[in-house]
Design a protein. Structure first.
Length: 332
């Protein structure tokens, strides 16, 4: 069985495709709990043996996930060469298996059973300095790696208060599982479909009180929300402008955080994208595009380092995603 690289070396596919917000969550609650307790009793090796046929079945029955994975991996190979060869069906299966393995890490992190000594942090001094000043900010995240590690480490760090913005109804069942594992978590999940003026005012109050707000910076918003197209993996892709607008409104620093596997653990990498976001009226669009370009370049370098930790299983480079219809896809 073989799979061809789409469009001759991952050339961008123009046209309309499914928007990520229309792709429903595929979380079997009882199945997740069974696999979690299987790990608790027998360890990760048996967990992987059992989960492999589950992932293979999903891979075989969800062509959108297969196509999206192959397209992404081909672009990584073309731009960075870190796949090592022309990606095929085995690479897409490995990609989905990496996602399943990360789901276990999420559960272990929230449950306090992850080996936190295996977490390497780079660039976190910028956040520590802001915490020491009693000030907050916005942290742009991405759908990659085990970001729950940051949520847990925030609980362990005195003075670190974190609110995570999540898309309403997306990964809702999985988030409920995480809440059951750690009901006393000081990290708040703030579910929103769109950031209204009232929501912006509430989040501004949190940041002014010294809290941090985490928001995904790698998925263009639903319901016609604003986005700009900037280079990413060799082709223009849509990135949201909401984080930059919020940072300008709140007059606070804007940070980026990403997570990838490293050796037997994970790497959490932080950077300060802008100490003060300014959006002049005269060239607001250009300023937003410059900020998104900077973030996309930073994200590309991290993704290229560990491509199987990228979990956007939809056509990320689509020109004009369609907002209707739902099809199950894994949610990070």
């Amino acid at each position: 069985m073989t799979a061809a690289t789409p469009n001759s070396g991952a050339a961008p596919r123009a046209g309309r495709s499914r928007h990520w917000s229309t792709i429903g969550e595929v979380t079997c609650v009882w199945g997740v709990w069974c696999l979690y307790f299987l790990y608790r009793i027998f360890g990760r090796t048996l967990f992987r043996i059992v989960v492999y046929p589950v992932v293979t079945y999903y891979w075989a029955t969800h062509p959108l996930a297969r196509r999206s994975s192959l397209d992404f991996l081909a672009r990584v190979q073309q731009t960075a060469g870190t796949i090592g060869t022309t990606p095929g069906w085995r690479h897409t299966l490995r990609h989905l298996f990496s996602f399943a393995d990360t789901l276990l890490d999420k559960l272990l992190a929230i449950g306090g059973r992850y080996r936190f000594g295996n977490v390497v942090r780079e660039g976190n001094e910028v956040l520590l300095e802001q915490i020491a000043r009693g000030q907050g900010g916005i942290i742009m995240t991405a759908h990659m790696g085990c970001l729950e590690l940051c949520r847990v480490l925030a609980n362990q760090r005195h003075g670190m208060r974190l609110t995570v913005l999540v898309h309403t109804h997306h990964a809702e069942r999985f988030n409920r599982i995480l809440s059951r594992i750690d009901p006393k978590s000081g990290v708040q999940l703030y579910q929103v479909d769109d950031i209204s003026p009232a929501t912006a005012l509430e989040l501004t109050a949190k940041v002014q009180a010294g809290e941090f707000v985490a928001i995904a910076g790698d998925r263009a918003p639903a319901h016609g929300g604003r986005a700009v197209r900037v280079p990413f993996m060799g082709a223009p892709a849509r990135f949201p402008v909401g984080p930059y607008v919020l940072a300008a409104l709140m007059r606070c620093p804007l940070y980026a955080m990403g997570c990838v596997r490293q050796a037997d653990g994970h790497l959490l990498r932080f950077t300060e994208l802008s100490h003060a976001v300014v959006l002049p009226r005269a060239n607001r669009e250009a300023a937003l595009t410059a900020l998104a370009t900077s973030y996309a370049a930073w994200l590309q370098a991290l993704v290229a380092q560990s491509p199987y930790d990228w979990f956007n299983f939809y056509d990320f480079w689509a020109d004009d995603p369609v907002q209707t219809g739902r099809q199950g896809a894994p949610q990070a």
